[in-house]
Design a protein around this ligand. Structure first.
Ligand code: SF4
Length: 339
């Protein structure tokens, strides 16, 4: 590969000034890398500042109440990432005296940290020759080399990491990781045509002639499961009924409005009955709202019914609008019905 010369020069000139690039503090890099899984850079910046304002140190993360942690994560989704951050912070306190470990194996052993994140932290923070191979990097490398291996296979990821490793030179390991990521995010982009005309690798890339259209090779995506849901927004004066989801599965332990799965055609008739059964009093329909929320493997097609009630269900928590804003973690799937 001829990446090692061109990329650092290009990165020095073109890198976006992202807040987690201001220093190579492992706590900062770690939080940003976990947030960036499944979420776009532009969206992460605000969450990143909010999180670090509230939890500026690893010790603060280890000690924070789970409810506050989940509230800080609200909107980012995949809440187990936040729980694993805390578990890892507690493990660092217990096993490493509160100091972020410096070897790949020790970093990799922390909860929620896979080979990609361990490679990123190791190279960016500790100048280790540990390539971080994510979707961006796989796309850049397979296009650059016209490699038709399936990037959804673990063996492909391992082979590409092994091929990149010799390019990680002392003093430039972090730059190598970040420049590959940056090129994949900004130039050799995932959706639509890559910007080969401004790519530092164009002269030697084996796909710049249009071959990129076939690459990377991936498994066919499975169709998402479709679920119709009825959501009950039960309002009594200033308070709204919420309840905690069960401790396992999708959105575990987060808050929600009462809801149930139901075929769309049956929902209007059932919603009023269900609301009255929950509240134990007659209810008045105030309005309805549709919203579809897309998770990785499932789509929720939700119809919300807003009812004025004489009393709220006894097994629910009565929250004010201010509490829904500042205290309870209400996932993005339900937030449109509050807003
Ligand atoms: S030249 Fe084009 S296809 Fe090749 S790495 Fe650069 S952007 Fe991607």
């Amino acid at each position: 590969m001829h990446l090692a010369e061109e990329l650092p020069v290009w990165f020095a000139a073109q890198a976006r000034p992202l807040p987690w690039r201001a220093d190579a503090d492992p706590y900062h890099v770690w939080i940003s890398e976990i947030m960036l899984q499944q979420t776009r850079v532009e969206a992460v910046v605000g969450y990143y500042h909010r999180f670090l304002d509230a939890l500026p140190t690893l010790h603060a993360l280890a000690a924070v109440e789970e409810e506050q942690l989940l509230k800080l994560w609200e909107g980012l989704g995949y809440y187990n990432r936040a729980r694993n951050l805390q578990k890892a912070a507690q493990q660092i306190e217990a096993q490493h005296g509160g100091v972020f470990p410096r070897t790949y194996d020790e970093i990799r052993a922390l909860p929620g940290i896979g080979p990609y994140t361990a490679g990123a932290i190791g190279s960016i923070c500790f100048d280790l020759p540990t390539p971080a191979v994510d979707g961006n990097v796989l796309r850049v490398v397979t296009r650059f080399e016209a490699d038709e291996s399936n990037i959804d296979r673990e063996s492909t990821k391992k082979q590409i990491a092994a091929r990149l490793k010799p390019l990680y030179r002392p003093g430039l390991c972090g730059v190598m990781t970040q420049s590959l990521m940056e090129l994949g995010a900004c130039v050799c982009v995932p959706n639509g045509a890559p910007h080969c005309e401004r790519c530092p690798l164009a002269a030697t890339c084996r796909s710049a002639d249009g071959g990129w259209m076939r690459l990377p090779v991936r498994d066919k995506k499975k169709a998402r499961r479709q679920i119709e849901k009825t959501v009950l927004v039960l309002q009594c004066g200033e308070r709204i009924a919420i309840r905690k989801r069960k401790g396992t599965g999708l959105l575990a332990n987060l808050w929600e409005f009462p809801n149930y799965d139901v075929p769309a055609a049956e929902a209007p008739a059932q919603a009023q009955q269900a609301a009255e059964a929950l509240c134990g009093t007659p209810v008045t329909l105030l309005g309805t709202q549709r919203y579809t929320h897309i998770f990785t493997h499932v789509e929720w097609h939700m119809t919300a019914y807003r009812f004025a009630c004489g009393a709220l269900p006894p097994d629910c928590t009565a929250a004010t609008a201010a509490e829904l804003e500042h205290v309870y973690a209400l996932p993005s799937a339900f937030r449109p019905f509050f807003e």
